[in-house]
Design a protein around this ligand. Structure first.
Ligand SMILES: Cc1cc2nc3c(=O)[nH]c(=O)nc-3n(C[C@H](O)[C@H](O)[C@H](O)COP(=O)(O)OP(=O)(O)OC[C@H]3O[C@@H](n4cnc5c(N)ncnc54)[C@H](O)[C@@H]3O)c2cc1C
Length: 392
């Protein structure tokens, strides 16, 4: 016998748990979250979880800011911990991107964000270990940092459950049945549901599920490798998060002595399948990161070269921005995927926005068609200062 679920959310990553949480505040036990494995076990668990505000469109900047306000006071607002650490964020750019960076900083400042542009000399005061060769300017945000992605998803899920939502782990959705422009049934390995509204927050696995009702989504899966580096004795303590657009890498501290390093735009050869997450980093990528970070921060030349790190996957859309919308053809279906490698920090705002869409309201941060799936077919992808990649 099929069970009714008024709001059925599929996927227990940072996206799905935030959606379930914000919906649970208004719909309590009418919310059901189905997660195939464990909450946070998807790409959320492989995330470096950087939280920054620097974006180049007002819509995403607003979402980052609203989300930041949640991460800052997570315990009071949501309950539990998100592991936020405020170490600061620096974005360094070469000459060609200096004007764009300054424009973004002005926009963010007009929104009340504490950020400013710094010269290479000022950057050296902030990060004495840096070699500023090739850096024309940098943006600095003292309040940004990073969080613990798994802890965040678990806290959202726990808080949703405390509000009456049902959070079910170990139940995979195997098929979505659409008839007459409506989702009629959702089949799982264990049972069957009749959803009022179905919300798909399945990240890199979205195409798999979309195929069960004959749909193709505008998304590819890209491999992103994260290297773990031990810093030498004279480069200890938590340094700011640092992103370098000229040299295509970013790094964030992990504790007093380690640094995680990733790329800003994975190469085309990074095309992957949805089940590759969690593999170890390749020696080739690790050595390439080591070479880049040693040029920017020469102290890394003295760090051990033994490859350590992991592979995560990005669900990337053609403009590196998410799809968050009601489906144009299926009346009770909402999509929230394609976070394109920068969606952890936006999770709270995505949760609030999807709650509004599910309740038939206009989302607070963007026009309802801003993140629509059809934007690509209409040639209206989102244009940003830095082009494609995770820093946009
Ligand atoms: C290496 C890496 C580094 C990153 N760094 C950052 C960063 O610094 N800052 C930032 O903001 N973002 C970052 N991101 C991006 C961010 O982490 C992701 O956008 C975000 O966590 C994705 O969450 P999600 O919930 O959409 O997907 P996921 O966490 O993958 O969750 C999807 C869930 O759906 C479940 N699922 C799939 N199919 C089914 C099904 N049929 N039935 C039931 N359940 C199903 C899966 O098991 C999974 O748990 C990074 C990502 C990676 C991979």
């Amino acid at each position: 016998m099929a069970e009714h679920a008024e709001f059925l959310v599929v996927g227990g990553g940072s996206t799905g748990t935030a959606i379930a949480y914000y919906l649970s505040l208004v719909a309590g036990k009418e919310v059901l979250l189905l997660e195939a494995n464990r909450v946070g076990s998807g790409q959320t668990g492989y995330s470096t979880a950087i939280i920054r505000l620097h974006y180049s469109t007002p819509e995403v900047a607003r979402m980052a800011l609203e989300s930041y306000r949640v991460f800052e006071r997570f315990e009071d607002l949501v309950g539990g911990s998100c592991g936020f650490r405020r170490v600061g964020f620096v974005l360094a750019v070469p000459e060609g991107l200096r004007e764009g960076l300054e424009r973004n900083v002005s926009m963010l400042r007009s929104m009340g964000v504490e950020t400013w542009a710094v010269s290479p000399e000022e950057l050296k005061d902030l990060m004495p270990w840096v070699d500023v060769e090739g850096i024309a300017a940098a943006a600095y945000e003292p309040g940004s940092g990073f969080a613990d992605p798994t802890e965040t998803a678990l806290s959202f899920a726990r808080a949703a459950a405390e509000n009456g939502a049902r959070v079910v782990e170990g139940e995979r959705v195997t098929k979505v049945v659409v008839e007459g422009g409506e989702v009629k049934r959702v089949l799982t390995e264990k049972g069957e549901y009749v959803p009022g509204t179905l919300i798909l927050a399945t990240g890199v696995w979205t195409q798999q599920l979309a195929s069960t009702f004959g749909r193709t989504v505008p998304m590819k899966v890209l491999r992103e490798e994260i290297g773990v580096f031990t810093r030498p004795e004279d480069f200890r303590g938590e340094h700011p998060v640092f992103a370098d657009l000229g040299m295509d890498f970013y790094m964030r501290p992990h504790g007093e002595a380690e640094t995680y390093v990733g790329s800003i735009e994975p190469p085309p050869t990074a095309l992957a399948s949805q089940d590759e997450g969690g593999r170890p980093i390749s020696r080739e990528t690790y050595m390439a990161y080591h070479e880049r970070i040693s040029r920017r921060f020469p102290a890394f030349e003295r760090s051990p070269h033994q490859p350590r790190g992991w592979t995560g996957l990005y669900d990337v859309t053609p403009d590196w921005h998410p799809v968050i919308c009601r489906d144009p053809e299926v009346s009770n279906l909402i999509w929230a995927f394609g976070l394109s490698g920068h969606g952890f920090k936006l999770a709270p705002a995505i949760g609030m926005s999807v709650r509004d869409l599910a309740l038939g309201k206009r989302p607070e941060f963007f026009e309802p068609d801003h993140f629509a799936m059809e934007r690509f077919a209409r040639g209206r992808g989102i244009i940003t200062t830095y082009g494609i990649g995770v820093v946009s």
